[in-house]
Design a protein around this ligand. Structure first.
Ligand code: DC
Length: 217
């Protein structure tokens, strides 16, 4: 077995991190871990149970009794595949809100560290290069303009049959950017040693080729 390594992919919402990370994982034959899906899964469960962010006691209890895992590309919450259920605008906002809680971050970061210590992974999120794997040998910060990210997200949602407007999508992206980069705990920021890749004018293939050219394993 070769050396275990981590590739950290961070950046704002809708920059294409998960699409890129998934394809790179396939190309390199390593596991892909979508940490945003873990915050979404928790937000989904909180909504189902009617737990609000100010009820820290209930959140703490929830963390103790919740299992989030990945299997063959599926995200599993307490034994049930919830892939599509967590990709709605409502869950996006709830995930952003619950990800601002220190107890939530502490718990999920620990779970993510355990996932990436046993095998090589490419992990995407907001704090992978800063908090989850500060010593990762490969760190990238993927960006694109808010307008370009809104265009991509709008296309993705409408193709899935969701009725949203471009303006709403852009507003939600700007709002989440603000929340994610202004929260007190682990705000979104580029790790000093991460390489920034602005994908506004790049195709997915170009981004993948560029990142893979930097991986020396
Ligand atoms: O990447 P995403 O849109 O699926 O993430 C959902 C929310 O979770 C997003 O608002 C930011 C938050 N998040 C986070 O705070 N830290 C991570 N490592 C991943 C996601």
């Amino acid at each position: 077995m070769g050396k275990i390594y981590q590739i950290a992919i961070d950046g704002p919402s809708g920059a294409g991190k998960s699409t890129i990370a998934k394809l790179i994982a396939k190309k390199l034959g390593i596991d892909y871990i979508d940490t945003g899906a873990m915050y979404r899964a928790l937000g989904y469960k909180m909504l189902q149970l009617g737990i609000t962010e100010d009820n820290l006691e209930a959140v703490e209890e929830l963390l103790k009794t919740t299992e989030i895992d990945f299997s063959k590309g599926d995200i599993i919450l307490d034994g049930t595949v919830i892939n599509d259920l967590i990709r709605t605008p409502e869950i996006s906002m709830k995930a952003s809100a619950c990800s601002a809680l220190a107890i939530v971050r502490k718990h999920l970061v620990k779970v993510q560290q355990e996932m990436g210590e046993k095998k090589s992974v490419i992990m995407d999120g907001r704090d992978i290069g800063t908090d989850v794997f500060p010593n990762a040998p490969y760190k990238f910060f993927i960006t694109a303009t808010p307008e370009e990210r809104a265009t991509r997200r709008y296309k993705e949602l409408t193709e899935k049959g969701e009725t949203v407007s471009y303006e709403e999508t852009l507003k939600s992206i700007i709002e989440r950017d603000y929340n994610d980069s202004h929260r007190a705990v682990s705000p979104l920021r580029k790790a000093d040693d991460a390489e920034e890749v602005d994908t506004t004018d790049m195709t997915i293939d170009e981004v993948i080729e560029y990142i893979c050219s930097k991986i020396d394993e």
